[in-house]
Design a binder for this molecule. Structure first.
Ligand SMILES: Nc1ncnc2c1ncn2[C@@H]1O[C@H](COP(=O)(O)OP(=O)(O)OP(=O)(O)O)[C@@H](O)[C@H]1O
Ligand SMILES: [Mg+2]
Length: 381
């Protein structure tokens, strides 16, 4: 008998799970400009879902439609089974945290957090308890009496987060929540966000244009480009199996080769690239005609670099000359010139070596680059 599958952490794979948020063919036009172009999206309870994409691709517009600050030109948004089209922002089970934080400058931290509960006429004793708890949770106890101008960017960010969370929304929409923070604080706050999300079980939808942030935070990512979703998937799926050049280039670095399918077997395909000249043997079949133009994406960390020729294979190997070496501590980045002036980027971990040992591969050295048959990704668009 088949074992029951556990979908707890991956509700989107569960055929029986009902999405908490359903976006159906939603578009937004501003005059004759289309900011969001007929998108479909299902988000499940407890997800930390990232909308990722370059500036102007429509992320904030989509978030604002979920919050109710913009009306879709067409399509439907359902939250918890209820059609939101005619529901005003304050009656939706969502709360939005704006990038600018929009804190009240004349109020203390405590009063900023309490504001929404007071407006909702929550009993005083309950306000006291909920605000105190929330302020502890974001570790702002010692700042409760300060005003926003007496706080750092990261502290303000946490006040805004506390203010949004204290109302116990079922969905929290965050537009570039960490945009104003420096790298260290950003990373720390990312983990705080994930902890809070786990503790409270709120569904988060986070807008960001920072791919590392999206990779760290998310259960799933939607990669957006000019108003459409290019791909929706887990961070691993999007990184390992991008479905297009746009996604492969947007998430991480990729060496990109243009070529043609010259052989298509049941369990492999061979792609020939002419410029630079090399062959890719890929260890899975594809439903694609021989002769079709494709692109091959190869991640820098999946390429091996060596001074000796790898054993007996002409495919998945290319010769070149080391043009640049960047020492980054834990890893080194090599830029290797192949077949004319094409550059291939390789990153490789720096293993433990005696500290004063000379680097094993040097500038201007002739090297072989090679990769596994499972390492390259064939893209058709
Ligand atoms: N009220 C508006 N009127 C006209 N055009 C608008 C309006 N709001 C947004 N746009 C346009 O819609 C497009 C998408 O805007 P949006 O704010 O959603 O982008 P974004 O993905 O959030 O970008 P960023 O990362 O820069 O914040 C942009 O080209 C923008 O100029
Ligand atoms: Mg935006």
């Amino acid at each position: 008998m088949a074992e029951a599958l556990d979908y707890t952490d991956r509700p989107w794979l569960d055929p029986e799970a009902e999405p908490f948020i359903k976006v159906q063919s939603v578009s937004k036009h501003f005059g004759d400009f289309t900011a969001v172009d007929s998108v479909d999206l299902d988000i499940y309870k407890g997800e930390l879902f990232c909308l990722l994409g370059g500036s102007g691709c429509g992320k904030s517009t989509l978030l604002r439609m979920l919050a109710g600050f913009e009306t879709p030109s067409s399509g439907t948004i359902l939250i918890d089974g209820q059609n939101m089209n005619d529901v005003p922002p304050y009656e939706r089970p969502v709360n939005m945290m704006f990038q600018s934080y929009a804190l009240f400058p004349h109020m203390t931290v405590w009063n900023n957090v309490a504001y929404g509960l007071r407006r909702d006429k929550v009993p005083k004793s309950e306000i006291q308890q909920r605000v105190d708890e929330m302020i502890s949770m974001v570790e702002l106890d010692q700042f409760a009496k300060r005003k926003p101008h007496q706080l750092s960017g990261g502290q303000k960010q946490r006040v805004a987060l506390a203010r949004a969370l204290v109302k116990q929304p079922k969905v929290l929409l965050l537009d570039e929540p960490l945009g104003a923070l420096d790298k260290r604080l950003r990373e720390q706050t990312q983990y705080e966000l994930m902890n809070i999300q786990e503790q409270l079980g709120v569904t988060f939808i986070v807008v960001t244009h920072d791919q590392e942030e999206a990779m760290t935070l998310s259960t799933r990512i939607a990669v957006m480009d000019t108003g459409r979703f290019q791909q929706i998937g887990t961070p691993t799926e999007i990184y390992e199996f991008p479905n297009s050049r746009v996604v492969a280039n947007f998430i991480g670095n990729a060496n990109m080769f243009e070529g043609r399918i010259i052989e298509n077997g049941p369990d492999h395909v061979i792609v020939e690239s002419n410029d630079p000249k090399c062959e890719f043997f890929v260890d899975h079949g594809m439903s694609i005609q021989e002769g079709t133009k494709v692109w091959v994406a190869l991640r820098p960390e999946k390429v091996r670099i060596s001074k000796e020729s790898p054993a007996n294979s002409s495919a998945n190997t290319i010769r070149g000359m080391v043009h640049d070496i960047g020492y980054l501590g834990g890893t080194s980045t090599y830029r290797v010139q192949v077949d004319g002036d094409h550059m291939i980027e390789i990153t490789s971990p720096n293993m433990m070596r005696p500290r004063d040992a000379s680097p094993p591969i040097d500038w201007d050295e002739e090297v072989y680059l090679s990769w596994d048959a499972s390492s390259s990704v064939v893209l058709t668009k």
